[in-house]
Design a protein around this ligand. Structure first.
Ligand SMILES: Nc1nc2c(ncn2[C@@H]2O[C@H](COP(=O)(O)OP(=O)(O)OP(=O)(O)O)[C@@H](O)[C@H]2O)c(=O)[nH]1
Ligand SMILES: [Mg+2]
Length: 412
């Protein structure tokens, strides 16, 4: 047997034992194997490169070349995938990048940015609200319900003009309903005036005015709207109006929502920053009315901000399911502590009090509260409605969200 044919047979024997040939690093290579066949004595330490004309060696070289090409193509593909998965291409229509992101838990849109459709992309984590939002360009939407408000609007815009929160970060949304005066005309003329002010610092951001009647039959006169009988239906209807407004006004890019009644006479120009820096999901200030000295200097005004009491719970348990408890009426004695009565003119204005019901005069809330589904109950919720039921309703929403999404330690 020649040397060549012996080597060929030895390789055949190896193939039978090892299966198909495998790739090895280039250069001299040897097998150190033991076989239990007729060649077992002679096949240790075989030099596979000893014969260049060997057909087995030729086929192995072709396989090696093919594998090199395949490896090169694979490496290039992986590099391309990594490249397109970076933020640089997050808005591109590269399918591979968006595939990566969606499989890593982040959604990135795959739309074509050059398309004629207007499409926007927001990551809601960027709009959760921080205690000093004015330093981070956080946008706030003012939601202002209006009814027969023409006489109050000059005063309202006087306050608006003096607001210290950067005006360009404030968007305004008004809902005009069931008005018999020229609320709309007066509103528009004030907005035109302020937005055309030569000083650009006075200009607000986006402004939306909605007009929608809800069929409020109770008059806007003081005695009409404060009669005991009127309270339940008035509050429920106000809640519908507020919910309608918040559902159209709050945009993904808003971090904060501020509810403001039009008829507030005096208010600090720094009210937004004053409330915001407390970093609460929902916060209201103490609302009181200044009075002449001979009348005691002040009147505790907003009784809708209160803490629950045993008396309140006891009363609620005796009422029909549609009933709406309201504060400040002898018919409903709750004996609750009211924020307004706890005001100390010489006390620390930073003092906080946990409330179960709030008034709607001036509410600052993180926008995520509304984005999560909270709203003002326009029905009797635990015997309360509108702003006074808001806190409890919010608690229920959060509890439900936690149950659904296991949101412990996460942002909602
Ligand atoms: N869109 C809309 N706004 C309303 C309606 N009723 C009242 N408003 C507005 O809601 C805010 C609060 O209303 P007010 O009438 O002041 O009610 P209130 O603060 O409970 O009553 P007061 O304590 O007497 O001021 C004001 O800005 C009103 O113009 C309504 O039916 N629809
Ligand atoms: Mg009012």
């Amino acid at each position: 047997m020649s040397h060549t044919s012996t080597a060929f047979l030895k390789k055949q024997a190896m193939e039978q034992t090892l299966g198909s040939p495998k790739l090895f690093p280039k250069g001299r290579r040897t097998f150190n194997l033991k076989f239990n066949n007729e060649y077992s004595d002679s096949i240790e330490n075989i030099d596979l490169e000893e014969d260049d004309d060997d057909p087995y060696k030729k086929s192995q070289n072709s396989v090696r070349r093919l594998m090199t090409v395949i490896t090169f193509v694979c490496v290039s593909l992986v590099l391309l995938m990594v490249y397109t998965a970076t933020d640089l291409f997050s808005n591109s229509s590269f399918g591979i990048g968006s595939f990566f992101h969606s499989h890593l838990g982040l959604y990135y849109p795959t739309f074509d940015p050059d398309s004629t459709y207007e499409t926007s992309y927001y990551d809601l984590k960027d709009f959760v609200g921080s205690p000093n939002g004015w330093q981070y360009n956080e946008r706030i939407i003012f939601c202002v319900p209006l009814r027969d408000a023409a006489p109050h609007l000059p005063m309202f815009f006087g306050h608006m003009k003096n607001m210290t929160y950067p005006h360009n970060l404030i968007d305004l949304a008004f809902l005009v309903s069931d008005s018999s005066d020229d609320t709309m005309g007066v509103l528009v003329s004030h907005l035109e005036e302020i937005q055309n002010d030569p000083d650009q610092e006075f200009h607000f951001g986006q402004i939306e005015i909605y007009e929608k009647d809800f069929g409020q039959a109770i008059g806007q006169g003081f005695s009409d709207r404060h009669g005991f009988e009127a309270q339940g239906s008035r509050r429920k209807l106000m809640a519908r109006a507020r919910n309608w407004l918040s559902s159209v006004a709050i945009k993904p890019y808003h971090s904060w929502v501020y509810w403001r009644d039009v008829d507030v006479e005096t208010i600090p120009t720094t009210i937004i920053e004053d409330l915001m820096h407390h970093d609460k999901d929902v916060i209201v200030p103490n609302v009181w009315r200044p009075l002449p000295e001979w009348l005691g200097n002040q009147q505790p005004y907003d009784l809708n901000s209160w803490q629950e009491s045993d008396g309140g719970l006891q009363l609620a348990s005796t009422l029909d399911e549609d009933a709406v408890i309201v504060e400040g009426y002898v018919e409903y004695a709750t004996w609750r502590p009211h924020l307004a009565y706890l005001r100390d003119p010489y006390g620390d204005p930073e003092t906080e009090m946990v409330l179960d019901g709030i008034g709607g005069v001036s509410i600052l809330s993180k926008a995520k509260v509304f984005k999560s589904g909270a709203h003002f109950p326009a029905f009797s919720f635990e015997k309360h409605a509108e702003t006074e039921a808001f806190e409890r309703f919010l608690m229920m929403v959060l509890k439900t969200l936690k149950k659904i999404g296991n949101l412990k330690n996460q942002e909602y």
